[in-house]
Design a protein around this ligand. Structure first.
Ligand SMILES: [Fe+2]
Length: 248
């Protein structure tokens, strides 16, 4: 006799008959109540709360130089806030799916991939907005570190901007990061929300997705990169740098 899983059997039942007692292979009997108790054995975990809230813009979006208020508001509302909502949904769905013992691992894996995408989007967007709203004049410890690792601020900027321009017309992020494992500073190229350097702690984050500039600059990504540099909040970059307590 063909073996029938509980889930398959329940899937074949109508709502009206779901409360009936079933027998499988003449020995196994269960009810919908059994199914419900099986799916409630995994308690809600902190990791899957799905309670993230969008962080407000830390600057007046009308006061950026060369980046319009309309674009920034659209970016914050649609792309960033959308990622926060999606991350919450993904976490809550993961919790529900974990409780389903019959769920194939590859289906679970699809949602784990989404968790990675949305997490990357939330983290990088929050760092991006937080390092905007400044006067674009580099100062402080980060400049000393740039001299140490790139020779000069100008050479660091050349590497950062060229990395960003390489992503023009496509998507991704350019990230000045301290690699916590290697104990090195680098401008990293990131193709999307998921693919960035392992153990790279973000110090300065530049969104190179077209939604970050197309409304203002069309396909002229390099002009957007120049505008971004005029609005960098270097105090925030220095705050992140101090947070690291870098060993010399
Ligand atoms: Fe974005």
């Amino acid at each position: 006799m063909e073996k029938i899983s509980r889930r398959n059997a329940l899937g074949k039942m109508s709502g009206a008959s779901a409360s009936l007692l079933l027998s499988v292979n003449g020995t196994r009997a269960f009810t919908l109540a059994d199914e419900q108790s099986a799916t409630s054995q995994v308690p809600t975990m902190r990791a899957f709360r799905g309670q993230h809230q969008p962080k407000p813009l830390p600057f007046d979006p009308a006061k950026l130089k060369g980046i319009s208020e309309k674009l920034i508001k659209s970016h914050w509302e649609n792309n960033y806030s959308g990622a926060v909502k999606a991350l919450n949904t993904v976490e809550q769905r993961l919790s529900a799916m974990l409780a389903d013992k019959d769920l194939p691992a590859y289906i679970y894996g699809d949602l784990k991939r989404e968790q990675l995408v949305r997490t990357g989007s939330v983290v990088l967007h929050e760092n991006y907005f937080a390092n905007l709203g400044g006067d674009g004049k580099p100062s402080g410890k980060i400049v000393e570190l740039m001299k140490e690792w790139f020779g000069s601020y100008e050479q660091w900027e050349m590497d950062f901007k060229r990395t960003a321009n390489a992503l023009g017309g496509g998507s991704g992020w350019t990230i000045l990061a301290y690699n916590v494992h290697l104990e090195e500073f680098h401008n990293y190229w990131a193709w999307d929300h998921m693919h960035n350097a392992a153990m790279g702690y973000p110090l300065l984050v530049l969104d190179m997705y077209e939604h970050a500039y197309h409304m203002d600059y069309g396909a002229a990504a390099a002009r957007y990169v120049d505008a971004f540099m005029q609005n960098v909040n270097w105090d925030e970059v220095n705050r992140r740098t101090e947070e690291l307590k870098i060993r010399k």
